[in-house]
Design a protein around this ligand. Structure first.
Ligand code: SF4
Ligand code: SF4
Length: 273
């Protein structure tokens, strides 16, 4: 059986918005019978690129995460409307534009908030995974085809030889949220929180290179690193909210410890030994 899905590798996305633009190009003003009424030129989209900014100047990171229908097997969007919302044999969830006409409550049934209301056509709409193109023999949807960095991968999750299956097997994938709805869209490298800073030798007023920096939580070592040539250090991919302690140890200097209650990524600034 074919079971279509998509993986987004967030670490490969450069924020070019090609996926967003190509999706708009495919659906704005264009009706695709059985799958979607024409989208208005403004105000509605099937795919949103969400910018996630972390840290504080000068240690700031920006990631881009594509939000679109997660193609959930459980289909909570269809609750109460089994005729209007259905799943194709290949796993793609479709809101039938004719049968769903006037059913505005469908919009609020998606926990991922990816269904929008078309005021003019009076119908709830979402990503169709470009089902009309797949029916025409396309190998991938418009957004995937237009991605220049290969951040979006589409294919048959049930085919062990497909690129998407190999990626799911080789990389640590995650869901956008922990709803456990049998989502067939997943992600690699979703941004987590980080602690960064710099160490300075106060007596020499210079960057402290190759100094040990240890990250602890509840008395246990979580991670350890050394400062680089600029005295900088960073611990990525941390759980939050969590209480941490950053310890800095350098031969010939008194050790320093900084307590951090981590809610959001933080730049500790200079730690002077
Ligand atoms: S992400 Fe939302 S619209 Fe898409 S299948 Fe899941 S519940 Fe339905
Ligand atoms: S799969 Fe098609 S409909 Fe869905 S976001 Fe991509 S381009 Fe838009």
């Amino acid at each position: 059986m074919t079971r279509f899905g998509m993986v987004m590798d967030v670490t490969k996305c450069n924020g070019c918005y090609n996926c967003f633009i190509s999706c708009k190009d495919e659906y704005c003003g264009n009706e695709h019978k059985g799958y979607s009424a024409a989208l208005p030129m403004t105000g509605q989209t099937f795919l949103t690129v969400v910018e996630k900014e972390r840290g504080q100047y000068p240690k700031v990171k920006v990631d881009y995460v594509a939000h679109l229908c997660q193609q959930c097997d459980a289909m909570p969007c269809g609750n109460g409307h089994p005729d209007a919302v259905y799943m194709r044999d290949d796993g793609i969830v479709i809101i039938d534009p004719k049968k769903a006409a006037g059913l505005k409550d469908i919009v609020g049934r998606c926990p991922y908030r990816v269904i929008t209301w078309n005021e003019e056509k009076e119908v709830a709409q979402k990503c169709t995974m470009c089902a009309h193109l797949l029916d025409d023999g396309w190998k991938e949807p418009r957004c995937v085809e237009s991605c220049p960095t290969g951040a979006l991968v589409f294919g048959d999750l049930d085919d062990p030889n497909s690129d998407i299956s190999k990626l799911v097997k080789s990389a640590k994938t995650e869901q956008l949220a922990n709803y456990k709805l049998g989502e067939k869209v997943c992600y690699v490298g979703l941004p987590k929180e980080f602690i960064a800073g710099a160490v300075v030798f106060g007596d020499k007023d210079e960057c402290a290179k190759d100094v040990d920096v240890i990250l602890e939580s509840e008395g246990k070592t979580v991670a350890a690193t050394k400062t680089d040539g600029f005295g900088d250090f960073e611990f990525e991919g941390l759980a939050a909210p969590t209480q941490y302690q950053v310890r800095v140890v350098a031969a010939g200097y008194d050790p320093k410890a900084v307590d951090v209650k981590l809610y959001k990524s933080v730049n500790l600034g200079d730690i002077v030994l």
